[in-house]
Design a protein around this ligand. Structure first.
Ligand SMILES: Cc1cc2nc3c(=O)[nH]c(=O)nc-3n(C[C@H](O)[C@H](O)[C@H](O)COP(=O)(O)OP(=O)(O)OC[C@H]3O[C@@H](n4cnc5c(N)ncnc54)[C@H](O)[C@@H]3O)c2cc1C
Length: 311
């Protein structure tokens, strides 16, 4: 199993909220492995500094990066910019990628590992940027929100869906809450590449209107790329004057957004999903005993499992 696949497995076991007691032995194993991360990260940082034109995340490994600056972008989300060892150094991350973060908050001896999605241009040298939502009592999001400029955080690259421009005529991005960040990375990767003509429909389900912190940017992109990009918002507890649909991302919402698989324009549509577990379950159904999924809104709309990818 290549290292990135190995980490996807660890990710599946440890990183999502569905943690079970049976995972504890894996946690201990990971703790032992992570005990060497500090020294390894230091070694890698020195290596990286020695050859600064070498992309920092071109191969698997842990790197500690210094926090350069933070900015609160809504009531619970921070944008954090981390410096690469050399200002001209490329990140080496490809579309689409995440970064596994490792920390020992509040003196814990077991590591906390969670993936986050770089949201700056992946070709920007010298920096990686994250947008992190604070979950009340959340182990890693609280730790990351407590970081001050000059503090460090340890990262390892994770490859997600390998994006091929124009492989699909249309991609549907369905996000819930902080699940917007992988969609944001992909949207920018597509629209910033003049060779990529893929059309993009984004459906973003949030709790309140103030959660839509990228709304102005998405409106500007809709104007800049008419016919190529459309954003639809669904708000579960909207303000009295909210212009958006009230509720959750349902079959009706997706049909209204033009996402029925039976429509000619959706015959080769790829559907990407990232959101909290209840939303993913509603969209993708439950796992059946014989493998594959049972039910779910996307199947009802006519999408086949190979058309669906979950971050
Ligand atoms: C591929 C991938 C990329 C991601 N990218 C980002 C990103 O760019 N920015 C970002 O903010 N997050 C992102 N996440 C989510 C992130 O990895 C963590 O799951 C999240 O920050 C919560 O971790 P925590 O340790 O703070 O919370 P935990 O200590 O694990 O949980 C604390 C509480 O928060 C609730 N909770 C945890 N996660 C979620 C969730 N996703 N939705 C709803 N409730 C939740 C739990 O039910 C629990 O009650 C990504 C996840 C994946 C799988």
């Amino acid at each position: 199993m290549p290292p990135s696949s190995a980490f996807r497995s660890v990710n599946a076991l440890l990183l999502r909220p569905r943690l079970t007691a049976s995972v504890m032995s894996t946690q201990v194993a990971v703790a032992v492995a992570v005990a060497g991360i500090g020294a390894y990260a230091l070694y890698n940082n020195r290596q990286a500094a020695a050859s600064s034109d070498k992309p920092i995340f071109s191969s698997f490994g842990f790197r500690s990066l210094r926090l350069h600056s933070t900015e609160l972008i809504n009531h619970n989300t921070k944008r954090l910019r981390f410096e690469l060892p050399d200002p001209n150094q490329p990140s080496g991350l490809s579309l689409t990628s995440a970064l596994l973060t490792v920390s020992f908050p509040n003196g814990r001896w077991l590591p906390v590992l969670r993936p986050y999605t770089p949201t700056n241009d992946l070709n920007e040298p010298g920096f990686v940027e994250l947008m992190v939502k604070l979950y009340p009592g959340g182990k890693q999001s609280s730790h990351i929100h407590s970081l001050k400029p000059g503090d460090t955080l340890t990262f390892a690259p994770i490859k997600e869906l390998a994006w091929t421009p124009n492989k699909h005529q249309h991609v549907a991005l369905i996000a819930g809450g902080a699940g917007i960040t992988p969609m944001y990375q992909l949207l920018h990767g597509i629209l910033n590449n003049p060779e990529d003509q893929t059309r993009v429909t984004l459906v973003w389900g949030v709790n309140s209107d103030e959660d839509i912190f990228l709304g102005d940017e998405f409106s500007a992109l809709e104007k800049k790329f008419p016919g190529r990009f459309k954003a639809v918002y669904v708000v579960s507890s909207p303000d009295a004057r909210s212009p958006h649909t009230k509720g959750y991302v349902t079959r009706q919402v997706l049909e209204k957004a033009g996402l029925s698989a039976s429509l000619e324009k959706n015959l080769d549509t790829k559907v990407l999903v990232c959101g909290p577990p209840p939303m993913e379950k509603a969209l993708k159904g439950t796992k059946s005993f014989v493998g594959g999924a049972k039910g779910g809104v996307l199947a009802e709309l006519g999408y086949t499992p190979d058309q669906i990818y979950s971050f």
